[in-house]
Design a protein around this ligand. Structure first.
Ligand SMILES: Nc1ncnc2c1ncn2[C@@H]1O[C@H](COP(=O)(O)OP(=O)(O)OP(=O)(O)O)[C@@H](O)[C@H]1O
Length: 452
């Protein structure tokens, strides 16, 4: 059965007219095309993709890459200069740009106005009204003009309308990062609920972790160009590689990403021998080493004066392992070779799930407090002790070395998915989800004689 398309974007481009001075815009309208007083700026260039019903797709890219412009065209608040966009279903959008409210009208009047723009009848809005007001948490302000609201209140009301109205497609810009954390969490819960119910979501963010956590697939935009579309973890890895690439390597890297074209769906990034898993079930008390537990998708950044090598995990007694026991202490060790004089050097590590969710990491020093001077050709051994309090599963380790380049701190080298480890199954563990908080349940009957 073919999948149903929710959003179809075909060869879409957006050109903005850039005027040097405001009066040029007037001159342009008077000249009616005889002479151009503006420069063309193509913010989105020939972008094409399909999003299927029930999918959550992320758009990621560096600043100014055209993410918001593309979202606005899909949401219908901006016209495309070229190409076609087809959207099958009712769209609600959580966008950064203003609320679309009339500041002179009350919150109540704006809810009815917005609802009718979204295609709802008066009686449908009547039914949703209370839920919207409660979600927005604006109390008696609902009957005051929106111009008297704080910016947070106006945003909450605007989001509440979009989150509560019935829809088939939800478009979410990074705007979610504004406002207070409790409200953000509430919005995320609604988004997750919408996803579970089979809604289609298009989500824009700079945050690789958020894209990996929420999205099935992702699109990488750069300077308005769609570089790649594919499984979110792999696209986010390529995006991070682009963000940390030295300026003179960016074109080469973009070419490499473009030539990858569509990334295949990758369900597992590991080769683990079945025999080994069976062995580890029967021998639970000891950490072990499986030579087949090697990440297949390691991303190696272009080194800039340092190179990370030879990562390993050992027990505290020095035995090399990668099948670990939750709650025991281990050492994550890697080596770094410096190929230039380096200052203020910091070393870093990060533990992630197989889907790329960042669980925890550390740096060897806070900003400004790194190793003050490292000579050319010097080598460093870096060790982080850690206690994986995690559920059974496979996890991935990153490594990074940061140093000062001019005025800013850069990654001198970074390895994503440098190493993998597995937490052994434990039959008596009561914990659920990923992280073990050492929760102890205690359940006591409180039925007292004489008390109902
Ligand atoms: N109305 C406009 N007129 C002229 N240029 C614009 C307009 N809107 C956006 N641009 C330009 O188009 C490019 C893409 O902008 P857009 O906001 O879509 O990028 P973005 O990827 O969302 O960026 P960010 O991550 O910084 O929010 C930028 O260079 C921006 O300056």
């Amino acid at each position: 059965m073919s999948k149903e398309i929710s959003i179809s974007v075909v060869n879409v481009s957006k050109c903005f007219e850039i005027y040097k001075q405001p009066q040029d815009r007037l001159k342009q309208s008077l000249m009616r095309g005889h002479k151009n007083y503006y420069k063309e700026f193509w913010a989105v260039k020939d972008v094409s993709f399909d999003i299927f019903k029930g999918e959550t797709v992320g758009i990621i890219g560096r600043n100014g890459s055209g993410k918001s412009t593309l979202l606005q065209m899909i949401a219908g608040t901006l016209n495309a200069s070229e190409g076609n966009i087809t959207v099958n279903g009712r769209v609600a959008a959580l966008l950064e740009l203003g609320s679309g409210f009339n500041p002179e009208f009350t919150g109540r009047e704006n809810i009815y106005m917005n609802g009718s723009i979204l295609g709802l009848s008066i009686s449908q809005i009547d039914e949703l009204f209370l839920e919207i007001v409660q979600f927005a948490e604006i109390g008696e302000f609902i009957d005051r003009p929106v111009k008297t609201y704080s910016s947070g209140m106006a945003l909450r009301l605007a989001f509440a309308v979009q989150v509560v109205v019935p829809k088939e497609i939800l478009i979410v810009d990074e705007a979610l990062a504004v406002g207070d954390e409790l409200f953000q969490r509430k919005c995320f819960l609604k988004i997750e609920e919408f996803k579970k119910q089979g809604g289609t979501i298009l989500f824009v963010s700079h945050s690789g972790a958020a894209i990996v956590e929420l999205c099935d697939r992702a699109i990488l935009l750069d300077s308005g160009e769609q570089l790649i579309i594919g499984p979110s973890k792999r696209v986010v890895n390529l995006y991070q590689k682009l963000v940390f690439a030295p300026a003179d390597k960016i074109q080469e890297l973009k070419e490499e990403i473009r030539s990858t074209k569509q990334l295949p769906e990758v369900k597992t990034t590991l080769a683990i021998s079945d025999n080994f898993i069976e062995d580890s079930r029967t021998n639970k008390s000891e950490s072990m080493y499986d030579p087949n537990l090697i990440p297949k998708d390691s991303v190696h950044y272009e080194p800039r004066g340092a190179e990370l090598y030879d990562p390993e995990i050992t027990t505290m007694a020095g035995k090399r392992v990668n099948i670990l026991i939750a709650g025991q202490k281990y050492v994550y060790r890697y080596y770094v070779k410096f190929s230039r004089i380096s200052t203020n050097v910091r070393f870093a590590m990060l533990i992630k799930t197989a889907s790329g969710l960042e669980l925890g990491g550390a740096q060897s020093a806070s900003f400004g407090g790194g190793v003050p001077f490292i000579d050319n050709n010097e080598r460093y051994k870096v060790e982080f002790t850690f206690v994986p309090r995690l559920t059974t599963g496979v996890y991935f380790l990153n490594a990074g070395v940061l140093g000062i380049d001019g005025d800013s701190e850069i990654y001198m080298d970074r390895k994503v998915d440098f190493l993998a480890f597995k937490i052994m199954p434990s039959e008596d563990a009561l914990m659920t989800a990923i992280v073990d908080f050492e929760i102890s349940p205690e359940c006591t009957s409180i039925v007292d004689k004489g008390v109902n």
